[in-house]
Design a protein around this ligand. Structure first.
Ligand SMILES: Nc1ccn([C@@H]2O[C@H](COP(=O)(O)O)[C@@H](O)[C@H]2O)c(=O)n1
Ligand SMILES: C[C@@]1(CO)OP(=O)(O)OP(=O)(O)OC[C@H]1O
Length: 160
């Protein structure tokens, strides 16, 4: 049995006039995140964790931000494509955990919906997906509310 772990990290800056999409949830807020896609920083971190585990590069390599095909893309669709790539390599996704670092808005009311969305996109059970949120006690770029970061880990396995 081959076990692999992966880690993913992403950052997006706040921008006026954009929706805030986190784990596929449209979170009510005064601003959203800038990006070529829907800028779902959580979905991107999870996708990069999966790609790391199968040595598959990163989402920038798979879905270049110079490609108009990904302009405004739903990042859950990108995550689903990454999960398919993981399975094509013969790996099953065992577990995913993540943390969103955001001073605001309050994210705990949306946590379970994000878990459901991510699990559905990856084709795994919701109990195998963790989402947490933390502030930085106003320290750093997240604390100054300049942007949001997300970190994710995963465990995958292949029967060889
Ligand atoms: N954007 C956020 C940040 C945090 N939370 C929740 O608040 C708890 C306390 O956060 P600290 O940064 O003060 O440790 C945290 O454990 C989360 O449950 C949140 O909902 N949204
Ligand atoms: C997701 C992609 C898709 O074009 O665009 P962005 O939303 O800009 O996200 P980022 O994490 O900066 O880079 C990955 C990109 O490939």
């Amino acid at each position: 049995m081959r076990l692999r772990t992966g880690v993913g990290y992403d950052v997006h800056a706040f921008a006026e006039g954009r929706p805030l999409v986190l784990g596929g949830v449209n979170v009510p807020h005064t601003r959203g995140l800038a990006g070529h896609s829907d800028a779902d920083v959580l979905a991107h971190a999870v996708a990069d964790a999966l790609l790391g585990a199968v040595r598959g590069g990163d989402i920038g390599k798979l879905f270049p931000d110079t490609d108009p095909a990904y302009a405004g893309a739903d990042s859950l669709v990108l995550l689903a494509a990454v999960a398919e790539k993981v399975r094509a390599e013969g790996f099953a996704i065992i577990d995913v955990d993540s943390v969103i670092t955001a001073q605001a808005p309050k994210l705990s009311p949306y946590r379970d919906c994000m878990r459901e969305n991510l699990a559905c996109a990856m084709g795994i059970a919701v109990e195998n997906v963790g989402v947490k949120a933390t502030t930085t006690e106003r320290l750093g770029f997240e604390g100054r509310e300049e942007g949001i970061s997300a970190t994710a880990t995963c465990l995958v396995c292949r029967a060889d």
